[in-house]
Design a protein around this ligand. Structure first.
Ligand code: SF4
Length: 616
């Protein structure tokens, strides 16, 4: 582990705690244990006392492994006040491992902007005043351009102007991919840490290379034969636009409707044809066997405050499903090129696309309902379907410029608190984290998962919409709610395990965690997890992040959906059916072994080896 004290300007090596790694694996799990112990309750997320852990998993960077490229950015969130772990694929995580590091703990605050430079085991802080104010793409290009010829090109993680201006929806961007959620970019901004670059020339050691290689080859064959993954190679995650629209859960005009009249223009097949050159523009994460990720190369049409000139070529990964919907249908926009440009601008300025799309959609609805007018937006008219507004608003938010920028910069909960007038009824967030692009009213399992997720509304812990609408196993009826709590609990634990291992969650298209991943993990590490012990790790991680939040004052009252979710949708499988959350919540707490306030009991914590986290 690399520990970086920004206040003192020092970098030092410290050993990975072997017993913690056994009990919590890596990435989210290891970071949760470390931050639970090292962060005092009530730590201001934007103060020097907050810490950030950038962490890989035991499988990250393992050559030949199944999609082994993820790392996480973990901290206390300035957006929600909860625990946050935000994950990213690409190449940065593997490169950190090649350099010899499992993770980085960052603490304190630098007096002036700095860049953490890691070249194998040499790590140091260098001035970054010249990078301050720049977008994430420029930052990457400059740092890579400074590397002496003949040296390995470093991978760069950075935050943009949004992070510098402490926007609570600021993202961390690495290799044009985002660890977007929860405002982690603002935490780096508060620490004056502009960027981390890493180049590593080593390899990830394997305990039993031969066995690992045989098991990993078999796993990769299963993945490459998966039809679900092959579909994504052509259409990316945007393949979901069509089925989610058909199911009536495609967020449209701030979740006022679940079907969008312009969905054909933003569906995966349209993006593949017009933005990605079929499957030619693939840009896989490191070690991916069946890639879903594409890049779009377009001339910028202008329309907003932008670091890019009109007509200039811009290249960016995506847009992914979440972006396509939240800055597309959720704003009444079907212009896919405009959405791709917005994606580029959001990544460059360093904003989370999900949170931004939600916040702008919310403000447009406020404007439409007459809760605000041009006096509160600095003369800007807010309308659905306005591409120029979208592009302009991104720069305003990132710079906190003018009244509109100030309203956008801190997410939907803060905007609603400022506007008042009952706007909280349609401010779409859970615990302050804006809703992803699956309307929970069509999916009771997803609704419960949003409500109880440790970082606020999240579609990946677990992705229940897939079980209720896409035929994912176990296939579940969206009109039934019984037994949903058990599925959500199990899915959450599996999600935490994939995150803690450092693998892409699309492993689930062909592999089983217990049958495939446990033997691979054992061969890689030399440990001897049984499937039971391994599954227990997932439960342990979720109980610990729950206790992290409980210590910060969160309880059952915070496991709530936005008031709009109690109005049934007029279309789709659950048209006219009201969502009932309270019964599922009570069942979920019982399944988890938590009390009626949603807090893990002392007995449950002891059983999981988490006695240190119990309330005394
Ligand atoms: S499936 Fe997509 S997100 Fe996952 S590793 Fe491959 S390219 Fe990356």
């Amino acid at each position: 582990m690399l520990r970086v004290d920004l206040s003192g300007g020092s970098c030092r090596e410290e050993p990975l705690d072997g017993s913690a790694a056994r009990a919590f694996l890596g990435s989210k799990g290891y970071a949760a244990r470390l931050l639970f112990r090292e962060l005092a309750p009530g730590t201001d997320p934007l103060s020097p006392r907050n810490k950030v852990v950038i962490m890989t998993g035991p499988l990250t960077g393992t050559a030949g492994g199944p999609m082994p490229n993820r790392f996480s950015v973990c901290t206390r969130s300035p957006l929600t006040g909860t625990w946050v772990d935000s994950h990213c694929g690409g190449h940065f995580g593997p490169e950190l491992k090649f350099a010899g590091w499992d993770g980085i703990v960052i603490e304190g605050r630098a007096e002036r902007p700095v860049h953490l430079r890691i070249r194998d085991l040499e790590a140091g802080l260098v001035p970054a005043t010249d990078l301050w104010g720049g977008g994430t793409f420029d930052t990457m290009r400059k740092i890579q351009g400074e590397e002496p010829a003949g040296r390995r090109r470093p991978r760069v993680l950075s935050m943009g102007p949004a992070g510098e201006n402490l926007s609570r929806i600021a993202a961390v961007i690495a290799d044009a991919r985002a660890a977007g959620r929860g405002g982690t970019g603002a935490v780096l901004g508060s620490k004056n840490l502009k960027a981390i670059s890493v180049a590593g020339t080593g390899k990830v050691p394997l305990a039993d290379g031969q066995l690992f290689s045989a098991l990993a080859t078999e796993a990769r064959e299963k993945l490459s034969g998966s039809q679900g993954l092959r579909d994504r190679t052509l259409e990316g995650t945007a393949a979901n636009v069509r089925p989610v629209n058909a199911s009536g859960g495609l967020p449209t005009r701030n979740f006022q409707s679940g079907r969008f009249e312009g969905f054909e223009d933003i569906a995966g097949d349209a993006l593949a044809r017009h933005l990605w050159n079929g499957s030619q523009n693939l840009r896989p994460c490191w070690g991916c066997v069946a890639p879903c990720a594409h890049f779009a190369a377009l001339r910028y049409r202008g329309g907003g405050a932008s670091p890019v000139g009109r007509g200039e070529m811009v290249v960016d990964d995506g847009p992914e499903y979440e972006t396509v919907v939240l800055v597309g249908s959720n704003l009444g926009i079907s212009d896919r090129e405009a959405i791709a440009h917005a994606d580029y601008l959001l990544d460059d300025w360093g904003l989370d696309t999900i949170s931004f799309g939600n916040t702008l959609g919310f403000l447009i609805e406020c404007f439409e309902r007459g809760l605000m007018d041009e006096r509160e937006t600095g003369g800007v008219r807010l309308r659905w379907g306005d591409v120029a507004l979208l592009h302009r608003a991104i720069g305003l938010a990132a710079r906190r410029e003018g009244p509109l920028g100030a309203l956008l910069a801190d997410g939907v909960r803060a905007a609603s608190a400022r506007i008042g007038k009952g706007s909280g009824g349609f401010a779409m967030h859970v615990k302050g984290l804006e809703l992803p692009a699956y309307d929970p009213r069509q999916s009771p399992g997803q609704a419960l998962a949003y409500a109880v997720s440790d970082r606020g509304a999240c579609h990946l812990r677990p992705f229940m919409y897939g079980n209720e609408h896409f035929g994912r196993s176990p296939r579940l009826d969206p009109l039934a709610q019984e037994g949903r709590a058990r599925e959500v609990k199990s899915g959450q634990e599996r999600s935490a395990l994939a995150d803690a291992l450092g693998v892409c969650k699309f492993y689930a298209y062909g592999l089983s965690l217990t049958r495939d991943m446990v033997p691979i993990l054992n061969a890689a590490t030399g440990l001897d997890y049984s499937p039971e012990e391994f599954l227990r790790v997932g439960e342990r991680i979720n109980n610990l992040t729950r206790m992290f939040n409980a210590r910060e004052g969160f309880s059952a009252v915070d496991d709530a959906l936005p008031p709009r979710c109690s109005e049934p949708l007029p279309e789709g499988r659950r048209a006219g059916v009201k969502l009932e959350l309270s019964g599922m919540l009570a069942e979920y707490y019982r399944e988890c072994g938590w009390d009626k306030d949603g807090v893990p009991t002392d007995a449950k914590l002891e059983e999981l080896g988490l006695g240190f986290a119990a309330r005394r």
